[in-house]
Write a protein that binds this ligand. Sequence first.
Ligand SMILES: [Zn+2]
Ligand SMILES: [Zn+2]
Length: 155
Amino acid sequence: MRIRTQCRDCGLPFNERLLAGGELVCPKCGATRAVAAEGWSERQVNACPICGCSHLYRQRDFNRGLGCLLVAVGAVLVPWTYGLSLILLSLVDLWLYRRLRDAVVCYRCDTVYRDARPATGQDDFDLLKHDVLKYGKSWQEVEEIEARRGLSSDG
Ligand SMILES: [Zn+2]
Ligand SMILES: [Zn+2]
């Protein structure tokens, strides 16, 4: 399983390949984190193998910078191509975006599981859930807010 994560100790973001029951070692400071052997497979993550959190969300594994660069290149070439370059590179950008699959991300430690497919219940990012898991707001609070939301959208 290919992942993108961040070191808890020195904050360094890095890419790594996870092995069940192995260890995750920071390339900069050498801090290690145990990798759970259960709760995940090469294609699916039910509980984060690094922090044990069972709340995950889906995210498009897409390089935003690359997409912007393509459109910028298309814009620069406009005077020579009568605008065709912009259309063409926008299409390439769209094609790249479509081709890329969803990845799964842990709410608590922000680790991206690049080879995982989202399971049912692993939906788009929810800021409220994120706050609960990260800053310790209570779940009851969330349920109350969601209930209120539901009421207001009906009315
Ligand atoms: Zn580190
Ligand atoms: Zn996690």
